[in-house]
Design a protein around this ligand. Structure first.
Ligand code: ATP
Ligand code: MG
Length: 636
């Protein structure tokens, strides 16, 4: 009788199977406590900003109560009709009319009682929708506000599923709790009151005992069944995994003659699935049988008791009908109790998983009362300083140690050093995507922790190591930092980034879509879109984390030209891999294992005997010469 279930059907386990499969991939969520979860739900509704929240809530609760009241009243009206029929009167027009009047009344009351919840749902639906929307938006916005650390750890797919499932379960919970479970409880009280008040307290006792026993058995059998369904889902995932794995690796399977072994493995996984599916199926049958048994025992006891009362003349035959009908209509909503219980449990889990995201506090947050960054008048470019900064990722043994340097306004500082030495980490600290454990980062005299992140990021723009683009047009991607920018400004930025010619050569021009993460563009083109985007933001500090992948010399020359233009009138911090590109920088910092080991201008560093930079320079210029020779040879 548990609805919404298709058992014994592989891969077709409905919502439940999908939800659990996805859940199994992440860390297993725990069952939340009911009362706090209910409070969470109520708080969500309260801040949902639904239109006429109070009015809608009141009206729908009143309609629900009215519906249940009428539902209990209906059997009484029919009972009265039957009593009329059976009354010891000569058959005739008066009896017929009386009976017909009550019977029609019964039909009307029944109709009203079943349309009241529909009406109530219509009134309440906007509240559910608003709560669902609030939950989803809040979680999304909060997830975006969380720090780098969260985003580097999360799995985008699971996060989006968490938000999706969580917000949908808010809707489901509101519907089932407000219009199913609570009203059924109310109906039980009403029915017990009527049975006890109008007939006999023992009738009420039968109704209550039956519902209580029914519920307890349903809950415990459902709990036990959940295990079977879980085993079933695990076995299903396992079987699918085996097949896909063997099919992907078919060459290995074939070349080692392992076809039979692979097929046997699949068969074993299917066997485990079958066992679990059979158990799930028979336990469902058991649940249904137990439910039916209890209900019918209740009905039987009630009918016999009422029959004795009627025989003793204390009740009319119509009253027997009414008592039994009240019980039957009370049982109707209980049919879905098993299903509702399981889904409610799952929905609470889903909702709490979603709320867990909103409860995470960002590691990097605006200080209370943080002010906007104030730019000094008439200064071209911002001043950037690192003061004794140390930073370590998580619990790693190594990180940045005691990094101190100053970048004067309007000048260029280059960071060089081997891969993993901490260059990108310095960039992230300057943008305050991370906060240092020791020391401070200062921009225009202000500790970056004391100003708002919004004003900081308006002042500083980054062209990251690998520019990722939105799956949208070039125009939208370039204008990302300033969506209100007009076409002229966008073209000017493209021009400055040496991108305009390329864009003009495209059939769709600025409206060209760049594909997922911009993968329809070459690496160099992507980087120039990143530069155009940063230039349009017009920052006072420009940070370029140069891509490690070697660009061809023509693209590199183009980018060099771009950068020279971009540097005009601003402070720049460049992470460079080719030293030839930074020969004109005012200051070069050589980083090694998280420490600055050398600093100075290019000519000073090159001249240093036995210096890191000098060695690197020698290696790169020799490499370039060999490369040129190679080119010449292959050309010749
Ligand atoms: N989120 C992170 N969690 C833990 N460790 C990290 C994280 N990001 C970077 N690291 C580590 O910090 C060190 C410095 O990384 P960083 O990205 O700053 O190097 P880099 O100098 O930019 O190197 P490359 O030239 O290869 O880009 C590396 O050892 C890296 O593994
Ligand atoms: Mg890097």
């Amino acid at each position: 009788m548990a609805r919404g279930e298709r058992s014994g059907q592989r891969g077709g386990g409905g919502i439940e199977a999908k939800a659990q499969n996805a859940g199994a991939a992440a860390e297993a969520p725990v069952d939340p406590k009911t009362i706090p979860a209910l409070m969470d739900l109520i708080r969500l509704v309260a801040r949902s900003g639904a239109p006429q929240l109070k009015l809608r809530l009141t009206v729908s609760i009143l309609l629900t109560i009215a519906g249940k009241g009428l539902g209990v009243l209906a059997p009484l009206v029919l009972g009265a009709a039957v009593n009329h029929l059976a009354a010891d009167q000569p058959a005739g027009v008066s009896v017929g009319l009386g009976f017909a009047g009550f019977a029609v009344g019964w039909a009307i009351v029944r109709f009203l009682s079943s349309s009241a919840p529909q009406l109530s749902d219509v009134v309440f639906a906007p509240v559910r929708a608003a709560a669902q929307r609030t939950a989803a938006t809040e979680t999304f916005a909060h997830a975006l506000s969380l720090s780098l650390d969260f985003h580097q750890t999360k799995r985008s797919g699971s996060l989006s599923r968490t938000v999706d499932r969580g917000s949908r379960s808010v809707d489901f919970l509101l519907r089932i709790l407000a219009f199913n479970l609570a009203p059924t409880g109310l109906e039980l009280i009403l029915a017990a009151a009527v049975l006890g008040g109008k007939y006999d307290w023992r009738f009420a006792a039968v109704a209550v005992v039956v519902v209580v026993v029914y519920s307890i058995l349903t809950f415990s059998i459902s709990n036990w069944r959940i295990e079977h369904r879980r085993t079933m889902n695990t076995a299903d995932t396992e079987a699918a995994g085996q097949v896909v794995d063997a099919l992907i690796n078919y060459e290995t399977v074939k070349s080692f003659g392992a076809e039979t072994r692979a097929a046997l493995g699949y068969d074993r996984a299917l066997g485990a699935y079958n066992d679990a599916a059979l158990k799930a199926n028979s336990s469902l049958a058991l649940l249904n049988a137990v439910q039916a048994l209890i209900m019918n025992i209740g009905l039987g006891v009630m009918a016999v008791m009422a029959g004795f009362e009627a025989a003793a003349g204390r009740m009319g035959p119509g009253d027997v009908t009414a008592a039994v009908l009240i019980l039957i209509s009370l049982y109707a909503p209980l049919n879905i109790l098993g299903f509702a219980y399981r889904e409610i449990r799952q929905s609470f889990i889903d909702m709490e998983e979603m709320l867990k995201v909103t409860r995470q506090t960002p590691q990097v947050a605006d200080a209370p009362g943080a002010a906007d960054l104030v730019r000094p008048e008439g200064q071209s470019g911002g001043a950037l300083a690192f003061e004794d900064v140390s930073f370590r990722h998580d619990a790693r043994a190594n990180g940045l140690e005691d990094v101190s340097f100053t970048v004067q306004p309007g000048t260029t500082t280059a960071l060089v050093g081997p891969s993993g030495s901490g260059k990108s980490t310095i960039v992230k600290l300057a943008l305050r995507l991370l906060d240092p454990q020791v020391g401070r980062v200062v921009i225009d005299g202000a500790d970056v922790r004391d100003v708002t992140q919004a004003s900081l990021r308006r002042a500083v723009a980054l062209v990251p190591q690998d520019v990722a683009l939105f799956n949208d047009t070039l125009a939208v991607n370039i204008a990302f930092a300033r969506p209100e920018a007009d076409e002229t400004a966008i073209w000017a930025a493209a021009e400055a980034a040496e991108l305009a010619e390329f864009i003009r050569s495209l059939p769709d021009g600025m409206e060209t879509r760049v594909g997922e993460r911009g993968l329809k563009l070459s690496g160099g083109e992507r980087q120039r879109v990143g530069i155009a985007r940063a230039l349009l933001a017009d920052p006072c500090i420009l940070i370029l984390d140069e891509a490690t992948s070697a660009l061809d010399s023509r693209t590199e020359a183009a980018i060099q030209k771009t950068l020279r233009k971009a540097k005009a009138g601003r402070t720049t911090l460049v992470v460079a891999h080719r030293l030839s590109t930074i020969a004109d920088a005012e200051q070069i910092l050589v980083l090694k294992a998280g420490r600055i080991v050398e600093r100075g201008a290019h000519h000073e560093l090159v001249a240093r005997v036995g210096g890191e930079y000098a060695a690197l320079w020698k290696k790169q210029t020799r490499g370039a010469r060999i490369g040129l020779d190679g080119d010449r040879q292959s050309a010749g």
